[in-house]
Design a protein around this ligand. Sequence first.
Ligand code: HEM
Length: 314
Amino acid sequence: MSCNKDCANCGCIDDKPMIERITDKYQKLGQNPDVYMEGLLWSKPITYWDYVMTDSLLNLQIQRTTLPDEMVFIGYHQINELLFKMILWEINQVFENESINENFFIEKLKRISRYFDMLSSSFDVMGDGMEKAQYEKFRNTLTPASGFQSCQYRQIELASTNAINLIDNRFRKDFDPNRSSEDIYEHLYWQAAGKDYTTGEKSLLIKLFEKKYKKQLVEDIENGRVNNLYAKFLSLSNEAQINPALIAMMRHFDYTVNIEWVMAHYNAAAKYLGDGAATGGSHWQKYMHPKYQRRIFFPSLWSEEEIASWGMDC
Ligand code: HEM
């Protein structure tokens, strides 16, 4: 019997009996394998509900109203957060790989992009999947909360490109990328959703968000100076950087996150809010549209015309 695996721990030899390989593993760890064997003897078989923790997971959708469509709203936000987690999980493996090569990068980018394709193509769950009348009722129990306060969404942005590309478009061109991470944080595009740059006053939406996540995000900006997908792409061989398939995949990811998902979201907001205010209180009609945010993760992969017309045809 062979394991055909690169067993860093067990040091198995392909044709060794399983029991010997398990014994070797624990002995190598300085552990008494018999204890583990006895553990196997008494342990109860695992079940799907134990492993996936369905009982806990399915009790996490706590409604604030009895309106049935609020369950759709909560469930879909939680699905988004789980997919955000899977995206960050893949991105971190790219960062941890010290000798990254083209194939590894492409494989990971395929997964990351696939998850965001799911997020973008499924936004109809929000756009067409709830009754407007119900949304208009339960949303008032949510103020001032907003998806804007999704920390993982911000971490995906900061892990995708250098934070300089996320600076508010009004200041981006002349912004010195060597300024402190705290300074960069204060000028990120999304501060515009609730910060008055003349007084420095911030909305409750941002104040509550920062109380919980600012320290983490400033750290992410600092780490992101070297660790971001764009920097990893630019660290690949020159040959890899001109690989048309890889460039197409990078552009696809950039466009999906910063145009398609943003517009799917914008259209859902337009449907449910009309000209009304947002739960988070931003001037969302202006703030959320890609032609204002002009968020582009990988600028060198787009032509000047494409950058100049970013989000204009949405
Ligand atoms: C009916 C559905 C939705 C509506 C009406 C809606 C509305 C809004 C509005 C108006 C904003 C601007 C900030 C504010 O003032 O609140 C916003 C921001 C945001 N929402 Fe939603 N949203 C919806 C669903 C979602 C979902 C499912 C997610 C997934 C996690 C999400 C994530 C976000 C994020 C990340 C932001 C910040 C975007 C940015 O800074 O550009 N939203 N949303």
